[in-house]
Design a protein around this ligand. Structure first.
Ligand code: C2E
Ligand code: CMP
Ligand code: CA
Ligand code: CA
Length: 381
C-alpha cells in the first residue's frame, strides 16, 4: 500500500484490523491530547512494525499514525498475527496482554481515552490457572508427593517377566491419586522436568536394586525421558554421576523416548547415541501416533519400538489395524529392533499380537502400574 507524505494511516480511538510493516519511508506515531495538541511518541522507519496493539488486545488504536514521507507499507492481516498469538503458550499470551494494558493505561492518562478492559479477563483465566497448577506441582514435588509405580513387561513367547516400565504418580493428600495425564504435559513444558527427571532416575535406580534381588536375570526398568531432559546441558554427566552414586549399570535400564524429542533439535540424536554408548537401551514410545516422517527412524539409535495401545485395542476386530501392525513388525525386523506392544488387556490380544510378531507385551492383562512394595511382593508370589 502506498501512502503520501502527511497522510494519516489511522487515528487513535479507531478500531483496527491491520498492522503494517514499513517497506519504505518513515511513519510518525503521535497522540492527540485533550487540548487538541499533538504529542510525539516515535518515528519509525524501514522494517518496523506498527498498528499491532489493537490486533493483539482487540482494543482501539492507542495512537495515531501519519506518513512523514511518501511510504510503501506492507499490510498484515489481523488473522496472521492472531494465529501466531493463539499458538503461543497461554502464559506468554497473558504476560503480553498485561504489558499492553500497562502501556495503554499510561497512554490513557495522556489522552483521556477510555479503554474497554475485556481482553485480559477473556484470556487470562486459563493462563493464571496454568501458572497456579505449575506452582502446585512444584510444591507437590518439594513435599515428596510423587511416587514411581511399576508396570510389568512380559516376553510373549514364554510368558515371562522381563522388565517393568516406571510410571510417575502424584499421591495428593487432598485429591488422592492423580494420574500423569493431568500433569506430565505441564511438567514437560516447564523447566521443572529437569529436577523432577533426575529424581525419577534416582528413584528408578534405587528401586532397581531392590527389584533385582527377586527378579529374573536381565530384568530392566524402562524410564520415560522427555526432550527437555535430554536438552539439559548437564544431562549426560549428571546421569553418569547418578549411576555411580547408586552403584547401578546403564545396561539394566531402557530409556523411553517419543519422536517429539526431535523438537528439541538435531543435537538430541548425539545425546541419544551417547546414552547408547554408555549402555542404555532406547525404546521408541507411542509408535504410530505422531506426525513426523519415517525419516527420524533412520536417525534414531533405537533398540525397541513400542506399538501404541490405540492399535492393540483394535487388533481383534479390525483387519486394517492388523495390516498396519504387520508392517510395523516388518519395519522393526528390517531395522533390527524388537517390538513391545502396549495396553494388552486380554489373553486374546496377547496371542494375536504374538502371532503378528510382537516380542513383548505390557498391559492390564499382566498388571496395572503398582507401587514398588506391591511389585516386589508380586515377584515373590
Ligand atoms: P506411556 O509412556 O505411553 O505409558 C503407558 C500408559 O498406558 C500408562 O499411563 C499406563 O498406565 C497405561 N496403560 C498400560 N497398560 C494399559 C492397559 O492395558 N490399558 C489401559 N487403558 N492403559 C494402560 P499413565 O501411567 O497414566 O501414563 C501416561 C503417560 O504419562 C505415559 O504414557 C507417559 O507419556 C507419561 N509419563 C508417565 N510417567 C512418566 C515419567 O516418569 N516421566 C515422563 N517424562 N513421562 C511420564
Ligand atoms: P495500535 O494501538 O494498533 O495503533 C497505534 C500504534 O502505534 C500501536 O498499535 C503501536 O504499533 C504504535 N505505538 C503505540 N504507542 C507507542 C509508543 N509509545 N512508541 C512507539 N510506538 C507506539
Ligand atoms: Ca512409556
Ligand atoms: Ca506409550
Amino acid at each position: 500500500m502506498q501512502v503520501k507524505k502527511d497522510e494519516l494511516i489511522f487515528i487513535q480511538g479507531q478500531k483496527g484490523d491491520h498492522a503494517y510493516i514499513i517497506e519504505e519511508g518513515q511513519v510518525e506515531i503521535f497522540h492527540k491530547l485533550k487540548n487538541d495538541q499533538e504529542s510525539h511518541l516515535a518515528i519509525l522507519g524501514q522494517g518496523e512494525l506498527f498498528g499491532e496493539m489493537a490486533l493483539i488486545d482487540t482494543n482501539i488504536r492507542s495512537a495515531s499514525a501519519r506518513a512523514l514521507s511518501d511510504c510503501r507499507l506492507l499490510v498484515i492481516e489481523k488473522n496472521q498475527l492472531i494465529e501466531k498469538l493463539d499458538a503461543s503458550d497461554s502464559v506468554v499470551q497473558l504476560m503480553m496482554r498485561i504489558l499492553l494494558r500497562r502501556l495503554r493505561q499510561q497512554n490513557q492518562s495522556n489522552t483521556g481515552i477510555h479503554l474497554e478492559d475485556t481482553a485480559i479477563q477473556q484470556h487470562g483465566l486459563s493462563a493464571v490457572d496454568k501458572l497456579r497448577f505449575e506452582s502446585q506441582i512444584n510444591t507437590a514435588f518439594q513435599n515428596r508427593e510423587f511416587q514411581i509405580y511399576h508396570q510389568p513387561i512380559h516376553d510373549l513367547a514364554h510368558n515371562k517377566l522381563i522388565g517393568s516400565e516406571a510410571l510417575i504418580r502424584w499421591e495428593s493428600p487432598s485429591q488422592g491419586l492423580i494420574s500423569p495425564g493431568y500433569f506430565v504435559d505441564v511438567l514437560e513444558n516447564s523447566s521443572m522436568i529437569v529436577p523432577v527427571g533426575y529424581w525419577i532416575f534416582e528413584e528408578c535406580f534405587m528401586h532397581f536394586k531392590q527389584i533385582r534381588e527377586k527378579a529374573p536375570a536381565n530384568f530392566t526398568v524402562s524410564i520415560n525421558v522427555s526432550g527437555r531432559q535430554f536438552a539439559h546441558h548437564d544431562f549426560l554427566p549428571t546421569l553418569k554421576a547418578l549411576l555411580i552414586k547408586h552403584g547401578v549399570k546403564a545396561e539394566n535400564f531402557k530409556l523411553e523416548i517419543t519422536e517429539r524429542i526431535l523438537m528439541e533439535g538435531g543435537a538430541i540424536i548425539d545425546v541419544l547415541n551417547q546414552c547408547r554408548d554408555i549402555g542404555f537401551e532406547i525404546s521408541l514410545d507411542d509408535f504410530g501416533t505422531g506426525f513426523s516422517s519415517l525419516q527420524y527412524l533412520a536417525q534414531m539409535p533405537i533398540n525397541y519400538i513400542k506399538i501404541d495401545r490405540s492399535f492393540v485395542m483394535n487388533v481383534l476386530k479390525d483387519e486394517r489395524t492388523r495390516a498396519i501392525i504387520r508392517s510395523i513388525v516388518f519395519l522393526a525386523s528390517q531395522l533390527n529392533v524388537k517390538v513391545i506392544s502396549e495396553g494388552i488387556e486380554s489373553e486374546a490380544e496377547a496371542s494375536v499380537m504374538y502371532g503378528l510378531g510382537s516380542d513383548y507385551g505390557q498391559g492390564y492383562l499382566y498388571s496395572k502400574p503398582i507401587p514398588l512394595p506391591q511389585f516386589l511382593k508380586d515377584l515373590e508370589g
